[in-house]
Write a protein that binds this ligand. Structure first.
Ligand SMILES: [Zn+2]
Length: 158
């Protein structure tokens, strides 16, 4: 399998809102598989469909023994907060300290089209929140303080 190309900031697709999937077919399963392969190939622990140029609500993640392939993910519970510096395959070389919920419950559709709820904490909870942000066009640089954001825009020529 060949890895898919990763869209890099400031590609506009990264800012587009993704659409929900009506059903999970072989096409979506194949896409989730390719996304998973691509994520692993580039050393990532999470990937969202917009990062490979597709505006659909699909995410994958791999943290320790947890493998996640999910459509239409939605956070239904949050608890606690935690800070950590995050990176993103779409914004190479940039690390941003992001405050996120420490524990979450995510509801979505599994690759078999079944409704599932995933309880996650720590790094897995963080990765899932990061990938779900991608589905609404939100990026880690949006968490930078105002002046840092400004510097970032100047550096990237926007
Ligand atoms: Zn990312």
């Amino acid at each position: 399998m060949e890895p898919l190309a990763i869209k890099k900031y400031p590609d506009k697709i990264l800012r587009k809102k993704c659409v929900e999937l009506e059903e999970i077919t072989d096409k979506e399963r194949e896409l989730l598989g390719k996304m998973f392969f691509t994520m692993r190939h580039f050393g990532g622990i999470g990937l969202a469909a917009p990062q490979i140029g597709i505006s659909k609500k699909l995410i994958v993640a791999k943290v320790d023994e947890h493998t996640v392939k999910l459509a239409n993910p939605e956070i239904i519970k949050i608890k606690g907060t935690d800070n950590m510096v995050e990176g993103c395959l779409s914004i190479p070389g940039v690390g941003v300290d992001v405050e996120r919920a420490y524990r979450i419950v995510v509801k979505g559709l599994s690759e078999n089209g079944q409704i599932v709820e995933i309880k996650a904490k720590g790094l897995l909870a963080r990765v899932l929140q990061h990938e779900i942000d991608h589905l609404s066009g939100k990026l880690i640089i949006d968490y930078l303080p105002f002046w840092e954001k400004l510097k970032f825009r100047v550096k990237s020529g926007r």
